[in-house]
Design a protein around this ligand. Structure first.
Ligand code: NAD
Length: 339
């Protein structure tokens, strides 16, 4: 580590998330600096690097990882590029924060699972940032305390103002519901065993090629039932809500009651417009936790196993959509490294 223990980070991919992580590491996170950035778009890499003192720009992940002042890697390139970047980081045994998805499918996630086991130690934290959201953390602590008894059901609502161009039914599962899949596994400490995807008559506002909204049901190996309303063209904003129904009570998060106003005969608050706004503090906490653990020589947070399990559940979800039936999740046995 350079500059009295400061972690030198190479950020791979400088698009929306990557550029935001560069800003975060430079302005919010303590104990780290952006030492290098990588983008296949050389001009983009150069322009992001120009804003950070001492930061070099590259078009190849391996070149950035070879730089002397790079101690760790943050991967924020598109999902299909993650496997190559992860394997390059493993070559140098560098710690990694990898944006979700770990990789786009279960077969490639399994290859990463095997490669990390070959290293013999965990190296990767996967970017499932909801685990760092203050409200989700409170809900998890309450469920873990056992005060409400055993969780029986989880109701989730996940709404976006509008989907990006070209968004498909499969992306609804892989890019959106994947967050509920991870958070379900984490909150309940259970694996998801089966997925069903149901569809009402679509909204007239659903773009061509997308069935929106959908209602996804997850079953777990602990016997819990989980539903997810996913509605990515709701028009009014970005909302993520979860309610746990337990034996002796319920707990609900995501109502966004931070400030309530009374004016002109109405009461109300505001609704976040996108995930960058809603989860801003969760991203900050996620990156800080990664930097702190890395500087202590530890790896914490969502693991490669969690990334693989999410990919396997997504695969079952996409099959459930396509075939219109309940689909079981295929998971290998959890390796010792992740127990
Ligand atoms: N955790 C979250 O809430 C969240 C939200 C959005 C996106 N993401 C994830 O973040 C990652 C990036 O998403 P985004 O929205 O920033 O995408 P983006 O398209 O805005 O940016 C991707 C950038 O990566 C570059 N790139 C493409 N291939 C590359 C390669 N092989 N090596 C290096 N750079 C490459 C592109 O030129 C582009 O600048 C994805 O994995 C996505 O799923 C996570």
């Amino acid at each position: 580590m350079t500059q009295r223990g400061t972690l030198g980070v190479a950020v791979i991919g400088t698009g929306r998330m990557g550029a935001d992580h560069v800003r975060r590491i430079s302005e919010v996170t303590s104990g780290a600096r952006v030492a290098a950035v990588v983008d296949v778009d050389a001009e983009r890499a150069k322009s992001v690097a120009a804003g950070v003192e001492g930061c070099t720009a590259h078009t190849e992940p391996a070149a950035a990882m070879a730089a002397e002042d790079v101690d760790a890697v943050l991967i924020a390139s598109p999902g299909p590029a993650h496997e190559a970047a992860l394997l390059a980081a493993f070559e140098r045994d560098l710690p990694v924060l990898c944006e979700k998805p770990l990789t786009p499918d279960a077969a490639s996630a399994l290859r990463i699972l095997q490669a990390e086991q070959k290293l013999g130690h965990r190296r990767v934290q996967v970017g499932f940032m909801r685990r760092y959201d203050a409200e989700y953390i409170k809900l998890k602590a309450l469920l873990d305390s056992g005060q409400l008894g055993r969780p029986l059901m989880l109701h989730n609502r996940h709404r976006n103002a509008a989907s990006p161009p070209g968004f498909t039914d499969a992306m609804l599962i892989n890019d959106s519901v994947v967050h509920e899949m991870d958070v379900t596994r984490w909150l309940l400490g259970q694996e998801i065993t089966a997925v069903t995807a149901l569809r009402p008559t679509p909204s007239d506002n659903a773009p061509e090629g997308l069935t929106d909204p959908q209602f996804v049901v997850l079953e777990t190996d602990g016997g819990a039932l989980v539903d997810v309303e996913i509605f990515v063209n709701c028009g009014f904003g970005y909302q993520v809500q979860a309610e746990a129904v337990c034996e002796r009570g319920t707990a609900r998060i995501g109502d966004g009651h931070a400030m309530v106003t009374n004016a002109a005969g109405r009461w109300g608050g505001t609704i976040a417009q996108d995930f960058v706004e809603r989860f801003a503090e969760a991203y900050d906490r996620e990156v800080q936790a990664w930097v702190d653990a890395t500087r202590r020589g530890e790896v914490t947070g969502p693991s490669v196993w969690d990334g693989y399990a999410a990919a396997a559940v997504c695969e079952a979800g996409v099959r459930a959509q396509a075939e219109g039936r309940r689909t079981e999740v295929e998971l290998i046995e959890r390796p010792a490294l992740y127990r």
